[in-house]
Write a protein that binds this ligand. Structure first.
Ligand code: 26Q
Length: 808
């Protein structure tokens, strides 16, 4: 039956009655949300079943995207859009006196990720389903997602994110598909029928239970699966016999330790610490996911040898890299294959994506901790390492001096990136520049050994969430101008180029932006009681807080502008609202200090009449996917100012560009490709190149103090950090001061300052010529189609996975 508003309203009322015993007048927003999601669930489950049937019947190759993070955000709007009910639902709710936005806000964000890497995984699932591709996600059902950030006196305070408190409407628990995971114990080598066998004894047993979340394709009847695993204890693991209660207390200890496994998401990104619990999480994910995939494969009467023809396993960074030895273990110990055959299957099935070249983010594990927790897996890694090093010795004599740098295990440490490269058939970076840095520098010897494995897949974002849903006004304007084709073929946005100079289209674009800015301003007023000028430039810096992302450079420029205002009350400048959103890892002292600097500057500048009508600073609390959806449509300027070479790709840059913001950025990550697409006139580029950064790192000739000494503007700004400028506390920001002057400014903030100020001046001047600005803005939207994750996923499908669309 096709959905109409009348049908929707009737079913909605029925759901309210049968679920809550209420009519529409009595129902709360939350009950309305639940009623709609129950209606959706009925519809989705029908399509879900049909899709799974089709995948089985047509025996297609399927891909499984293994990731420790899936940063889904809310699903209600995506699901409504994709089944084709969104407009009907909005109208129906309005008729009944609800505000649809408020009803949708009842869904708690699923914040099962830190930032870029987790959100990328979510965009990929959306594109897989929308392209009718048989691809699924495998992750962990953390009880607590990424912490909620609360600002207290300008400081970040972390609160637990208990996102499951109202039940998660989209998940289905599949108890019958539970599998067992084994930790610890000992491995015994025994002879059985002339064969060496490995018997694992005295291990701890953990039950892994999958919760399935449907991933709906855009109006195409496809529903794929995101399988999220939860850890539970097994009461039959213990024999309760002891009369003194010892068994019972042991059981309670065991139960607590097991339930910890899927308790919370580690809140660190780009910084790695070798915690035992994190290792448990990683093995838990990999072992549960793989066992269930192999069970299904065997059920469909396919042979073990056919695995590479029917399954691809993509690993999202090294976090799931234990998939390599775990697949080996299952093939050797459970299926009885020999080493060579098992290795050939494994290395034709696993593919690896790298997301970082930062040294401090590379995963390694201490051998002893690893061996105690995963004794059999350790043995297998040892064997992989032996064979790999022996191969290097024989086949690459020119690399003999590098073997110790390439080994998977060296000096008591296990290197997960090495394991991932050795064990997979594809190794990809996430932007052209990043992939080249991998090949030429970070992974150079591996590129020599496995040149055919390396490839680039520039990241993308789902334009359905980040344009169609987040910015409906712009989406409508685009559709009335160039037709609706861009929704299925985002590259069609290029037709907008014809209208870049069209003054009536420019005006329409300008009006949409203004309305989005007004909506955001009224949200800010409601939330923070701060009035912002809708005519000012909305300058947006939203991403995790990290040294290399250089929020510090931004705030230094603002402090410099403020100083100019104080010196000259008649300063000519386009009014600016500087908007920040960022979470710092809870243990990252420097990053938290930068947050405090931003909020201290905001406090001072926002309340100084000298800066009134010129500068406002907003630090948004608890930046997350839903907040991003509000800010991005209102942005004029997109701050992408990482130290060149450090940001693998960035994806916020793509979201902002797609919504008409102009990039102010370094030649880093995907900024390079954005610049390539739009041309140098349509964004603001500044700063050192990655080659220059590498050269300084090599020759050690950068002297931050010299830059400080020779630039009066920097002296003014830096000295304010340690002279009671912000408060009586003159030591609060001394660590920032020292990191720049004593530790020689690792991220080249001072070095790039001059170039950044100049670029910012150009932004100011350009904005004054609205027509020029609008032309640039339209050009950016026109070229943003390339950055749809549909393009990215098509490339993964064709060039890595070899999977094809399925007709349902
Ligand atoms: C590792 C070990 C222990 C605990 C945590 C971690 C961990 C968790 C998350 C390490 C890294 C991350 C996240 C990394 C990340 O988000 N990287 C970003 O990935 C994006 C998608 O490819 C890129 O656009 C960004 O440039 C990159 O920084």
């Amino acid at each position: 039956m096709t959905m109409t508003k009348e049908v929707f309203q009737k079913e909605f009322c029925d759901k309210l009655t049968t679920t809550f015993g209420k009519n529409v007048e009595e129902a709360t927003d939350k009950e309305a949300f639940q009623a709609i999601s129950l209606m959706l669930k009925d519809e989705l489950h029908r399509k879900w079943q049909r899709t799974q049937q089709a995948y089985q019947d047509q025996d297609h190759k399927q891909v499984y995207y293994f990731s420790m993070e899936f940063l889904l955000g809310r699903l209600i709007e995506t699901n409504l859009l994709n089944v084709g009910w969104l407009n009907i639902c909005r109208e129906a709710l309005t008729d009944f006196g609800f505000h649809s936005e408020e009803v949708f806000c009842e869904e708690h964000d699923a914040g099962l990720g830190n930032g870029g890497l987790g959100r990328l995984a979510a965009c990929f699932l959306d594109s897989l389903a929308s392209l009718k591709l048989p691809g699924h996600g495998v992750g962990i059902r953390y009880k607590y997602g990424l912490f909620q950030q609360k600002m207290v006196n300008g400081y970040q305070v972390e609160l637990p994110d208990y996102w499951l408190k109202d039940d998660y409407m989209w998940e289905t628990k599949r108890e019958e598909e539970a599998v067992e995971i084994r930790f610890g114990g000992t491995v015994h080598t025994i002879q059985r029928d002339q064969k060496l066998c490995f018997e694992h004894r005295d291990y701890e047993r953990v039950l892994a239970i999958p919760y399935d979340v449907p991933i709906v394709g855009y109006q195409n009847d496809v529903v794929n699966t995101l399988q999220l695993w939860s850890a539970e204890s097994m009461s039959n693991h213990f024999h309760f016999q002891s009369p003194n209660g010892h068994d019972y207390y042991h059981y309670l200890d065991y139960k607590r330790s097991v339930e910890q496994i899927s308790e919370f998401l580690y809140p660190d990104d780009s910084y790695y610490e070798g915690k035992l619990l994190r290792l448990k999480q990683q093995y838990f994910l990999v072992s549960a996911g793989l066992q269930s995939i192999l069970q299904k494969h065997k059920k469909s009467n396919l042979s073990i040898q056919q695995i590479p023809d029917y399954i691809s396993l993509q690993i999202n960074d090294t976090h799931p890299s234990l998939i390599v030895p775990e697949l080996m273990r299952l093939l050797l110990d459970e299926e009885g294959l020999g080493w060579d055959e098992a290795w050939s299957i494994t290395t034709s099935t696993v593919a690896y994506t790298n997301h970082t070249t930062l040294n401090e983010a590379l995963e390694t594990w201490p051998q002893e901790m690893f061996q105690t927790l995963l004794p059999r897996i350790y043995m297998i890694i040892e064997e992989i390492n032996e064979r790999f090093c022996r191969m290097l010795w024989h086949d690459f004599p020119e690399l003999r001096d590098s073997i110790h740098q390439m080994a998977i295990i060296s000096y008591g440490t296990i290197h997960m990136a090495h394991l991932s490269m050795v064990g997979s058939y594809s190794i990809n970076g996430v932007a052209k520049l990043h992939t080249n840095i991998l090949k030429k520098r970070v992974m150079k010897p591996f590129y020599t050994v496995f040149p055919e494995r390396f490839n680039n897949k520039t990241n993308g974002i789902t334009h359905r969430r980040w344009l169609l849903n987040a910015n409906p006004e712009l989406a409508n304007l685009l559709s009335t101008t160039i037709g609706k084709g861009w929704i299925k073929e985002p590259k069609e946005l290029i037709q907008l180029l014809k209208f870049a100079h069209d003054s009536s289209f420019q005006e329409a674009i300008s009006n949409v932006k203004l309305r989005n800015k007004q909506a955001f301003a009224s949200f800010i007023y409601k939330q923070y009681g701060i009035v912002i000028d809708e005519q000012s430039i909305f300058d947006v810096h939203i991403k995790r807080l990290h040294g290399y992302k250089r929020q510090l450079l931004n705030i230094f420029h603002i402090l410099h502008l403020y100083h100019l205002c104080r010196e000259n009350p008649h300063l000519q400048m386009t009014p600016r609202t500087f908007i920040f959103g960022a979470k710092a890892a809870p243990g990252y002292h420097f990053a938290k200090n930068v947050i405090k600097l931003i909020t201290s500057a905001a406090e001072k500048i926002n309340n100084d009449p000298v800066a009134k009508d010129k500068i406002k600073i907003i630090f948004l609390e608890n930046y997350n996917v839903s907040l991003a959806e509000r800010i991005i449509p209102a942005a004029d300027v997109s701050e992408q100012i990482s130290t060149a070479s450090k940001e693998a790709s960035g994806t916020g840059n793509m979201k902002l560009m797609m919504n008409g913001a102009l990039t102010l950025g370094t030649r880093d990550g995907a900024n390079v490709e954005i610049a390539e697409m739009v041309g140098p006139d349509n964004l603001f580029t500044f700063g050192l190149t990655s080659e220059e950064v590498f050269e300084y790192q090599r020759n050690g000739q950068y002297r931050a103090r010299d830059v400080y000494n020779s630039d009066q503007r920097l002296r003014t700004v830096l000295d304010q950090l340690v002279t009671q400028f912000f408060s009586n506390d003159d030591v609060e920001f001394k660590d920032i001061y020292y990191s720049l002057l004593m530790k020689n400014d690792e991220f080249f903030v001072l070095k790039d300052f001059d170039s950044y100020v100049e670029a910012q001046q150009l932004v100011d001047q350009t904005y004054r010529h609205q027509q020029t600005w609008l032309k640039k803005s339209i050009t950016n939207i026109a070229h943003s189609g390339k950055f749809s994750s549909d393009r990215t996923i098509s490339q993964y499908a064709n060039e890595i996975w070899g999977i094809h669309p399925v007709e349902i």
